[in-house]
Every structure is written in structure tokens, then in C-alpha cells.
Design a protein around this ligand. Structure first.
Ligand code: NAD
Length: 356
């Protein structure tokens, strides 16, 4: 029997590449990665699967409706996992247009292509099909000192990024309620791990500390995030896709609340223990507090009881083990991050990509 096809949008990004690496290695799916290759994409993150015969790559913009219609018609997918997005909050504050375009219009374009494809399937194909929309806990806004976000928390996005993701969540839900498209949704807390673009807190701090540069911390560093190791998120996403109930959403989190300052201190301690005295020890002394981000949400924390109870998911990594693995990965993989810092990473592997 031929393998079912899974389209993954944004598969050259941080979380998407983790999903692609896992799904290709597992071998159950033929995986087609659709990615525009924005600044956040890095095909080097897909080197482990580049030669696999169940992996294909299509460079395309999800906002391009003709391209999405062509891709659905060509690959006849059983499922789509939608991760492509503009994902950096600071960039959304400086330039929201790309966030509106990709995160809202792009999601609409995919829903449109998916619905046309789904309507053309036979009854068994219709029942099997899934549109999995991957979202963030930031759509729920900010928590006070107490409480956790659940699947029924009120939507209250505060940044252009989270507002665009919230809009996409609503569109996906509406396509299920109005047209019957079989969707599943997930909202996850902050991810960290290997292959993360160094504009995000953890890789930014690791690479700056390794080079003895100042470590810029917003405000007093007391904003709280719930951290999840990216491979644990990818495992959860595959479970939601394959076993999640149609029309349902699942919150995913690491039960690892830390202030930004605690994160930076933990990273400094890990680097102190790994790098020789001569390279700027102690790294803690590099901390520098900078003006806070406008509209900076105070605290995010996830109640992930539903995915634990209904799908049997639990994260494999603790914050301590995941952070140590992450630091070790960046120390061992200068070949991945050096071209990113030098701006020479884009497009270099296009010739190796397997198109169809
Ligand atoms: P990322 O920025 O690392 O990767 C995004 C990918 O999408 C890139 O490869 C980029 O080239 C691609 N892309 C962007 N615009 C596109 C377009 N118009 N057409 C096709 N491809 C396009 O993002 P990430 O951190 O991997 O996040 C993936 C998804 O998970 C996003 O939807 C994000 O909102 C969500 N999410 C992220 C986190 C996190 O902590 N990073 C947490 C929860 C949810």
C-alpha cells in the first residue's frame, strides 16, 4: 500500500523542521514540505532527511492560491499540518504587514485549497482527511500571577503577531463549523531546542554568551514563559494530527514556568561549566537590562491536562535536560549557526532540494 501524504507548511523553520525530521524518519508518511524560504527558513535544518525517498520539498508561498491549488491537486494529501507563519513578536511590532499577509491571508488560502481538495474526495477519503492548524498560547493574552491557559480561555491577543495567529485560529474553526472541513488545532507555549533561529531568546543568549557579548534582557527579566523542548512539541503535534478529535483544540506546554532572568542564568551556568575560563567566565556578568518590549505579556502558562488525558502525551525532557541538550547542540554545531549569523545560509541548498 502506498504511503499517505502529509503536507507540512513551514517545514524549513524551527518547529516545522523538527516535525519533518521526525515524520520522515518514522516512515509512515510521504512528507511534502511547502516553504517560501523566508529569512527564518534554513534548509540545513533538513540535512538529516535530504536524501530520504519519503521527503519532497516545494518552494512556495502559502498566500499564492494558484500554487496551493496546484500542490493539493498534484500530491492529493491525506493531511496537512500548517506551521508556516511569521513568528517573531518584535518583527510584528516593527512591520505587521507580513504577519497579516502570511498568518491570516495565507491561512485562508490554504483553507480554500484544502476545502476544494476535501470536497473532491470519496467518503472514506473525506473521513480520513485532517487540516491541523498549529498555533500559540499567545492568542490568550497575558496571565496574572495565578492561573493557567486552558482550551476554553478567552482570546485576548496583545501583539500584532498574536492577533494574526488568533485570526487564523478563528478562520480554521469557522471552516470546520461552516463547511465541515475536518480540522484539529493546537496552541503551544514557547519552544526551544536545536536549529532555532538566533533572534529568539534562548539561541540569542547562547550565541552572544559564547562570544562574550552583552546579554540584552527586556525590562527586569521577570516576564514568565512556559518552555517546551521542540522535539516534545513535534511529538505532540503528530499525536494531535493522527489521534486528535475533529473540531477540537489541544493546549501543549512544558509545565516549565521560568522568568527570562532564570532562563538566562541557567544558560550562563551551563556555559560556565562547559567553556574554558579564558572565554569570558562568568557569563552571568554579561547580563544587560534594556527597555521593555511594548505590550509585553507578563506571564504565559499552559494547562495541558487535555492532551495528556486524551492522547497520552507527556514531554520527555525536563527544562534542565532540554536546556543542557540545547546548549550542547549549539556548541557542537557552529556549521549550522555561523552561516546564519553571517547571512550566508539562504538558498545554498536549493540545488539539493527534491522538488516534484
Ligand atoms: P519559524 O519562524 O522558525 O518558521 C516559519 C517557517 O514558515 C519558515 O521556514 C518560513 O520560511 C515559513 N514561511 C513564512 N512565511 C511563509 C509563507 N508565506 N509561505 C510559506 N512558508 C512561509 O517559526 P516556528 O518557531 O517554527 O513556528 C512554527 C509555527 O508554530 C508558527 O505557526 C508559530 O506561530 C507556531 N508556534 C511557535 C512557537 C515557538 O515558540 N516558536 C510556539 C507556539 C506556536
Amino acid at each position: 500500500m502506498s504511503q499517505p501524504t502529509l503536507l507540512v507548511t513551514g517545514g524549513a523553520g524551527f518547529i516545522g523542521s523538527a516535525v519533518v525530521r521526525q515524520a520522515v524518519a518514522e516512515g509512515k508518511w510521504r512528507v511534502v514540505n511547502i516553504d517560501k524560504l523566508t529569512y527564518a527558513a534554513n534548509l540545513a535544518s533538513l540535512d538529516p532527511v535530504a536524501g530520504a525517498n519519503n521527503y519532497l520539498f516545494e518552494q512556495a508561498d502559502i498566500c499564492d492560491r494558484a500554487a496551493m491549488a496546484r500542490i493539493f491537486a498534484a500530491y492529493k494529501p491525506t493531511a496537512i499540518m500548517h506551521l508556516a507563519a511569521e513568528s517573531h513578536v518584535d518583527r510584528s511590532i516593527d512591520g505587521p504587514a507580513a504577519f497579516i499577509e502570511t498568518n491570516i491571508v495565507g491561512t485562508y488560502s490554504l483553507l480554500d485549497a484544502a476545502l476544494t481538495h476535501w470536497r473532491g474526495l470519496d467518503e472514506a477519503g473525506k473521513r480520513a482527511f485532517r487540516f491541523h492548524h498549529v498555533s500559540t498560547d499567545e492568542v490568550f493574552g497575558s496571565l496574572g500571577k495565578e492561573g493557567l491557559f486552558t482550551e476554553t480561555s478567552r482570546y485576548q491577543p496583545n501583539s500584532p503577531y498574536s492577533a494574526s495567529k488568533a485570526s487564523a485560529d478563528h478562520l480554521v474553526r469557522a471552516w470546520h463549523e461552516t463547511y465541515g472541513l475536518p480540522v484539529v488545532m493546537s496552541n503551544c507555549s514557547n519552544n526551544y531546542g536545536p536549529y532555532q533561529f538566533p533572534e529568539k531568546l534562548i539561541p540569542l543568549m547562547i550565541l552572544k554568551a559564547m562570544r562574550g557579548e552583552k546579554l540584552p534582557i527586556y525590562g527586569k527579566g521577570d516576564n514568565v514563559r512556559d518552555w517546551l523542548y521542540v522535539e516534545d512539541h513535534a511529538t505532540a503535534l503528530r499525536l494531535v494530527l493522527e489521534r486528535g478529535a475533529v473540531g477540537e483544540s489541544y493546549n501543549i506546554g512544558g509545565k516549565c514556568e521560568r522568568t527570562n532572568l532564570e532562563v538566562v542564568d541557567a544558560l550562563c551556568a551551563l556555559l560556565d561549566a562547559r567553556l574554558p575560563e579564558s572565554t569570558h567566565r562568568p557569563h552571568n556578568g554579561l547580563k544587560s537590562f534594556v527597555a521593555d518590549r511594548p505590550g509585553h505579556d507578563k506571564r504565559y502558562a499552559i494547562d495541558c491536562t487535555k492532551i495528556e488525558r486524551e492522547l497520552g502525551w507527556t514531554p520527555a525532557e525536563t527544562f534542565e535536560s532540554g536546556l543542557a541538550r540545547t546548549v550542547d547542540w549549539y556548541l557542537a554545531n557552529e556549521g549550522w549557526w555561523r552561516p546564519v549569523l553571517e547571512g550566508t545560509y539562504q538558498g545554498q541548498r536549493l540545488g539539493q532540494a527534491s522538488g516534484a
